[in-house]
Design a protein around this ligand. Structure first.
Ligand code: PMT
Length: 223
């Protein structure tokens, strides 16, 4: 019966990296492939959920059985997520959202200068934080990509962004993080560490995460 554990639930998943344009042919992005978010979306659909997958730039085929919404920048992704927030029961933010974007987007390709070129960056809004501020009954799950002091940073993000669960990955560890088919994650809730998992395929990480979410929601969590 585990298979249909999310029957009747609407799940929004974000995946991939955002693209922050410099000019019509150049942009800033990161190494996210979309694999982690796609695995969650596919597994949630298999468990019976109605899944909306909001993607940034990804490098693997879309999973079957989900409604995909393509976005580019953090600002686009924020609009796509917030406009759908109240239609969903669970929000899982596996996307790697750029913290900064170029202050200006040149309308024409920037010409080569004689010497250096300075790019000024401005801060992007935090989508997960905005979701945490607006959530009503949604169960909200954030990710944390860390390279040091993982637990401390994870707990800080969980509290600051008002999430129900946080999935921390040490992206500097072999077999974890960006681009790989496996991940090494720990789950945190408002009380601290829930579980630290060994290296596992991203599909299995997704299955364990969704099983935990389903059991927490069954336990009467409504806000
Ligand atoms: O896509 P893969 O190649 O499979 O790689 C998976 C992954 C490493 C990208 C994934 O497991 C992961 O860790 N995703 C979150 C990456 C990230 O942006 O982490 P962060 O610690 O910078 O952000 C924390 C949380 O806030 C994340 O849920 C992020 O989506 C969210 N955030 C961050 C910045 C921002 N402006 N808005 C956000 O919503």
């Amino acid at each position: 019966q585990e298979k249909r554990m999310l029957a009747g639930k609407r799940v929004l998943v974000t995946a991939g990296g955002t693209i922050e344009r410099i000019d019509p042919v150049r942009y800033l992005t990161n190494d996210s492939s979309g694999k982690m978010g796609f695995a969650i979306a596919e597994e949630a659909s298999r468990m019976g959920a109605e899944v909306t997958l909001v993607t940034g730039k990804t490098s693997v085929p879309l999973p079957p059985g989900v409604k995909a919404v393509r976005t580019e920048s953090a600002l686009d992704m924020m609009e796509a997520v917030l406009s759908r927030l109240q239609d969903n029961d669970i929000v899982i933010k596996a996307a790697a959202v750029a913290d900064y974007r170029p202050a200006e987007q040149a309308q024409q390709k920037i010409k080569k200068k004689k010497s250096e070129l300075t790019l000024q960056l401005v801060k992007n809004p935090d989508i997960l934080k905005a979701v945490g501020e607006r959530k009503t009954t949604q169960f909200v799950v954030g990710f944390a990509a860390e390279t040091e002091r993982v637990a401390e940073h994870a707990m800080d993000k969980l509290k600051r962004k008002n999430s129900d669960l946080l999935v921390a990955n040490d992206v500097s560890a072999e077999g974890a993080g960006f681009g790989t088919d496996t991940n090494i994650v720990s789950f945190f809730d408002q009380n601290g560490l829930v579980e630290a998992l060994p290296v596992l395929p991203k599909a299995e990480v997704a299955r364990r995460l969704l099983t935990l979410i389903a059991s927490r929601m069954e336990g009467g969590k409504t806000a």
